[in-house]
Design a protein around this ligand. Structure first.
Ligand SMILES: Nc1ncnc2c1ncn2[C@@H]1O[C@H](COP(=O)(O)OP(=O)(O)OP(=O)(O)O)[C@@H](O)[C@H]1O
Ligand SMILES: [Mg+2]
Length: 252
């Protein structure tokens, strides 16, 4: 395959309420890299994530994934492709089905893609969970443990790309560091790419190769994370950076 793994061009989304949530966003993610999407609340990050996952239809723009025109793909082909582009949503406790035990959540995704459910214990072990966790319902897990289950569920299909929408925002600072380490380690092991949505610039700095800064539905600045953080050009990026809360704990 040549070219980027994910390539979105000119994405526009206006909600029926009239809100122009995404106003001409271009973004690319290459195989194996982590791209951060940052910006304040309401800047259009989650909407952009949902557009590239085809959970929402844009009013304009294209999304190419692994050479496929994602928005034109028939539903049946899209279902197959979903194995390769997975999602870790923001709130682990509510994103997991409350009626499924942790192991069943992971098994559900395996089964959906015709993969053997015998891999559940290995997948849970990979995210640092044991047999005792497999039998628990989301309400019986800590926030960090629930997010590990969501990550195991996403990785079950051996995706090329995982879109993570604020995957650690609901967690304590110390637990955040552990989950970020886990994501970084899993990337080293599997070569998975991440599109990592976050309003937290300290988190993005530690995890992302490149970052895009969104404001009012547009990308106002983009570049390698280190460069962007060292010499932000846009006043908005500067104001975001001025409000950074440092991370604690062992980081990748
Ligand atoms: N389903 C919807 N219907 C109508 N408006 C929506 C919908 N989803 C999002 N919006 C609006 O679109 C804009 C962008 O929202 P979005 O959720 O993409 O922002 P965000 O950057 O993810 O914010 P946050 O950091 O708070 O998660 C906001 O003004 C929001 O109110
Ligand atoms: Mg959001």
């Amino acid at each position: 395959m040549s070219g980027p793994l994910l390539e979105a061009e000119g994405l526009v989304k206006r909600f029926p309420s009239g809100t122009l949530a995404v106003d001409g966003v271009d973004l690319t993610v290459n195989a194996g890299e982590t791209v951060g999407l940052v910006g304040e609340s309401g800047s259009g990050k989650s909407t952009t994530a949902r557009l590239v996952l085809r959970l929402l239809r844009p009013d304009a723009g294209t999304v190419r994934f692994a050479g496929h025109d994602l928005l034109r793909l028939p539903e049946r082909r899209m279902r197959q492709l979903r194995a390769r582009i997975q999602f870790v949503p923001q709130s682990p406790r509510t994103s997991l089905n409350p009626r499924l035990r942790a192991g069943e959540s992971v098994a559900f995704n395996l089964r959906a893609h015709g993969l053997p459910v015998s891999r559940v214990p290995e997948l849970l072990e990979r995210v640092g969970l044991g047999a005792e966790h497999a039998a628990r319902y989301p309400a019986q897990l800590s926030g960090g443990q629930a997010q590990r289950v969501a990550i195991a569920r996403a990785l079950a299909t051996e995706p090329d790309l995982v879109v993570c929408d604020e995957p650690v925002s609901a967690l304590d600072r110390s637990v955040q560091a552990r989950v970020l380490n886990l994501l970084a380690r899993l990337q080293q092991e599997t070569g998975v790419a991440y599109l990592f949505v976050s309003h937290d610039l300290a988190v993005v700095e530690h995890l992302c190769d490149r970052a895009l800064v969104m404001r009012e539905g547009r990308v106002v600045e983009r570049g390698p994370t280190r460069e962007l953080w060292r010499s932000p050009r846009h006043p908005y990026t500067r104001s975001l950076l001025a409000a950074v809360r440092p991370l604690t704990g062992e980081l990748p």
